[in-house]
Design a protein around this ligand. Structure first.
Ligand code: NAD
Length: 488
């Protein structure tokens, strides 16, 4: 679309300058709490725009990698300080673009600041090991080289933290970056790029190109001068990107969907399990890859658990995430809302019982937003679609089991393996869960969503390309190992 006013149009950031797309067109980002409100416009970029960004990243990379780790780290510290100062503005923009509450987007912005500081420090830490050579007169060791230009493709659900947890390690290890965020949250991403600009990063070290996934995202996957691609998003798109990258020999990392279980054992602290289930399933309107979506409960406590869960879920206040007192915002876009409603229908068609929610909330304040009630099904079996497919909304399936072992078998009976929780006070159950649960994130007496930034993050099975992000693990993706043998 073409718009006449320039006030809220965000440009691409290429070679250290804000530039408009060669298409002359823009894409509109709207507020999911009120679809009539425009948050801003971003560039509807072309392949030529992407090529210019990649060329500028390629040109900048040699000088960038020649800086010491501590010099690169200083830039990241500067970005962190600027982002911290702009906390309220960035958080408010993210809430307006994707709907989650201001408390959550503030927390996410501060997480971004902490990640930047963590990787700034990483510039001073070791990059290799000395390995004893069989030759007494030789020195053998490993060091690490950056990949070169890294393409970053991000979803809308964590519009601040995900871009930062990819960009910060890419940069600290000497790569330069071209980022393409989801259009729904591209204004927030432009604000993040403004922080990098203000921190004075050399021209071309970080570049932003917004636009259609099929053009700019796929363009990144196919680009011969992009040496590494880090992607977070859906499975279908991730697999496509993996294929394109493999074909041309680029390194890739894919973090994708989840169908995360919580097992509640008969010996669990029920209040804790309920609080964690509600938070894990419904915070961010269930739009976390680590969100709780299957709650597997031992039959002897099932009725008590259900009753208490329903009593708590009734207290959830739904509304515009910018308003005080709101606990859950809208779905982030119309298609996500329709997806949730379509899974309600599938759940009913396949014999599940809807015991809470499942509809748009009533009242005029909800008319223009993509709101849906927190939704709970019971009488769910593991074969049902709602127990197998990722909904990515505030939606849980209750599954009754006769033992923790049966619960574990069901928990593993999906294609995904991102995060999994158990609530129990029995050490034997804890150990079985650690050993037998196929998930990259194992959580005991803690909600399925959430991981600390200094720890590896990623999934097993179809949730991930088996690489890990965050913490020290990021080094493995963003660098290549060189084994050095020196003979005196
Ligand atoms: P999506 O796959 O639709 O989009 C992700 C990104 O890929 C966007 O920037 C999009 O524009 C781009 N894209 C779209 N088509 C493309 C193409 N053909 N080639 C290249 N790029 C393309 O995902 P989404 O709807 O933005 O996010 C929701 C999904 O993300 C869920 O499945 C969720 O589980 C997943 N997710 C995973 C994690 C994780 O760490 N495992 C974290 C957050 C979200």
């Amino acid at each position: 679309m073409t718009v006449s006013t320039k006030s809220n149009i965000y440009s691409n950031f290429v070679g250290g300058k804000w530039v408009e797309s060669s298409s002359g067109d823009v894409l509109r980002s709207i507020n999911p709490a009120n679809k009539n409100e425009t948050v801003g416009y971003v560039q509807d970029s072309t392949k030529e725009d992407l090529n210019a960004a990649v060329a500028s990243a390629k040109e900048a990379q040699y000088q960038w990698k020649k800086l010491s780790g501590s010099e690169r780290g200083q830039y990241l510290y500067n970005v962190a300080n600027i982002m911290e100062k702009r906390l309220n503005e960035i958080a408010e923009c993210a809430t307006r673009e994707m709907g989650k509450t201001l408390a959550e987007t503030k927390g996410e912005t501060l997480r971004g600041v902490a990640i930047l500081r963590y990787y700034a420090g990483e510039g001073m830490r070791k990059v290799g090991d000395v390995i004893p050579s069989t030759d007494q007169e030789a020195l053998m060791f490993t060091t690490r080289a950056p990949l070169g230009v890294v393409g970053v493709i991000t979803p809308w659900n964590f519009p601040i933290a995900i871009p930062i947890w990819k960009i910060a390690p890419a940069l600290i290890y000497g790569n330069t970056v071209v980022i393409k965020p989801a259009t729904d949250t591209a204004v927030t991403c432009a604000k993040i790029l403004e922080c990098f600009e203000e921190a004075g990063l050399p021209e071309g070290v970080i570049n932003l190109v917004t636009g259609a996934g099929s053009i700019i995202g796929q363009g990144i996957a196919d680009h011969p001068d992009i040496n590494g691609i880090t992607f977070t998003g859906s499975n279908n798109i991730g697999k496509q990107i993996g294929k394109s990258a493999l074909q041309r020999g680029a390194k890739y990392q894919l973090e994708m969907g989840g169908k995360n279980p919580v097992i509640v054992a008969a010996d669990a602290d029920l209040d804790l399990a309920i609080e964690a289930t509600i938070s894990g399933a419904f915070r961010s309107t269930g739009q976390k890859c680590t969100a709780t979506s299957r709650v597997i409960v031992e039959s002897t406590i099932y009725d008590t658990f259900k009753e208490k869960l329903l009593a708590e879920v009734k207290k959830i206040t739904i509304g515009n995430g910018l308003k005080d007192g709101i606990w859950m915002g809208p779905c982030s876009n119309e298609s996500q809302l329709q997806t949730v409603l379509s899974y309600v229908k599938k759940g009913l068609d396949e014999g599940g019982s809807l015991i809470f929610g499942g509809e748009k909330p009533k009242g005029s304040e909800y008319d223009n937003g993509f709101y849906v009630q927190p939704t709970i099904f019971e009488d769910v079996t593991s074969q049902m679609t709602i127990a197998q497919e990722e909904v990515f909304g505030p939606f849980i399936a209750l599954i009754k089991v006769d033992s923790v072992q049966e619960g574990l078998d069901i928990a593993n009976d999906v294609q995904y393996g991102l995060s999994a929780s158990i609530f129990t006070t029995n050490i034997g159950h804890m150990l079985s869960f650690i050993n037998e649960m196929d998930a990259g994130l194992i959580r005991i007496n803690a909600e399925s969503a959430g991981v600390e930034l200094q720890a590896p993050f990623g999934g097993m099975k179809q949730s991930s390309s088996h690489s890990r992000e965050q913490g020290e693990a990021a080094k493995d993706f963003f660098t290549s190992i060189k084994t050095v043998f020196v003979k005196g």
